[in-house]
Design a protein around this ligand. Sequence first.
Ligand code: AGP
Length: 609
Amino acid sequence: MCGIIGYIGNRNVLSLLIDGLKKLEYRGYDSAGVAYFSDGNLEVRRAPGRLSALEAILPAQAPKGSAGIGHTRWATHGRPTEENAHPHSAGPFSVVHNGIIENHISLKKDLQAKGHTFVSDTDTEVITRLIDQLCREGLSIEEALQRCVEQIRGSFAICLLSEEEPDRLIAVRSGCPLVLGVGESESFVASDIPAFLSHTREIIFMEDGEIALLSPDGIEIHDLKGKKIVKPSQQISWDPVMAEKGGYRHFMQKEIHEQPRAITDTLRGRVDEESGNAILGDQDWDHGNGLNCRRAVFIGCGTSWHAALVGKFLFEGIAKLPVEVDIASEFRYRDPHLSPDDWVIGISQSGETADTLAAMKEARNKKAPTLSICNVVGSSISRETDSVLYTHAGPEISVASTKAFTTQLTALTLLSINLGRRRGVLSEEEGKQLLHHLILLPKQVESLLEGENKIKEIANRYFRHRDFLFLGRSLLYPVALEGALKLKEVSYIHAEGYPAGEMKHGPIALIDEEMPVVIMAPKDAVYEKTVSNIMEVKSRGGIIIALVEEEDHDLAEVADEVIPVPKTLPCLSPILSTIPLQLLAYHIAVQLGSDVDQPRNLAKSVTVE
Ligand code: AGP
């Protein structure tokens, strides 16, 4: 995700853009830039790093101009450098963009053939050059935008300025959010309401396929055929702090609810149902990856280690490749036996975790090929490994990792399919079936999120308990670990994750009337065994909170609480089963009044050993 803001009116445009970008920094913060009019010229300033780096290069004097656009970047294509920062310019145009252009490579080739020289690694530059090219061919700016939207595949929100039209700012929405602000002789546009909420509360929400023409006199909205659309405005009553969280109380809750979009974005451009394959052709990807290795070694910390444990089941089940999993801080000190036949895969949301970074350096020292699965373009780990597979979860602000985990599992599933097809152990039909169920996940996550209030009620019944046990079998054992970690992190309640079959070898001694036991019981190959475990807990008076497949009413009589989970393939059940556990941990923490987004003693990225 990136943050976009646009303004046209009589205020000091630069200070307004910077203030607005500060309110949007949670959407991305690896580089920033502005384009603004000054004495009739369209000036551009960009800087890598946080917004303060951009502020440092802006003119001290307020420019004599009435319009400007700003952007804070969350890199998806191209490292966070000045060249890759937005706005991107071509001819008289400057453009800021949020989203992903899936067909940017083919569009770039066409434009290069027409004489365009690209100066960045971004997909965004294609937009600016395409509009410039279309206008050179005689189209008006609006016609060029319409044609551009027809040719682009992907999701995007665009704001554009033309040096030739200083009194107009144009915005297009197609798959990424844009809201319009209506002021007195001034107009605003942004990715999110907080950017201009302190200047106007009169908002118009743009829909996909709409073009907005902003001027100091007001805003006109057209469809992609140029037909005028009349849209009502709304008054926003949010307080500005609330607005940065999109109306949610905490970033953790917001990010839990962002998972349908995050999974969709991680899948975007990588699912080829025709061939039943996952196309991992994005940047830094070496197609030879893993093809000839004899095993994979997954490494991570915390939630990312849990993702690695699920990855073992996915790789061995789908790609038929043996996998070893290690906690990063253990791996590097056990003098691991590695060779060029081992494929070492580091998983890290931040890409800055010291233990994981050091482990990947150890792998490189031992000449093993390396891959990182990471959520931050250009992060240290992405530069430390031979190639990178990015998740597209967008910035994860809350210390407790949620959308990063489910997008890591999504990426691992894509990787397993890609590897299985390349190794010839996964048929086209099997690949199609897996991909079909993968693309159903965002909707299924949506339906789980609609059950949030029921989970909140369960949290309200059990938030005073001081010990929880989470149980799961097979690839739901790592999810049990993840559910326990979420609860520990944000509520400070002691919680343990355990393989359900292992409970009778000790932890069963903990079970009594005070012990809630959260157990995942999908109708998979070990369902009967899991039911036995539930009965073992029941017979000792334990409290059973069971995650069961929708339509499974057998356990309703046995469990104290039942949370239905949509049916999916067993290998995809970790993604769905995690959602209720995230919500349970979140609402228990809220009940306890914890500092949910910044729990005590924790840091978002542990950059020390
Ligand atoms: C998860 O909720 C925690 N914040 C923590 O365990 C985290 O997963 C771990 O520190 C690894 O971080 P990374 O994914 O950025 O490497």
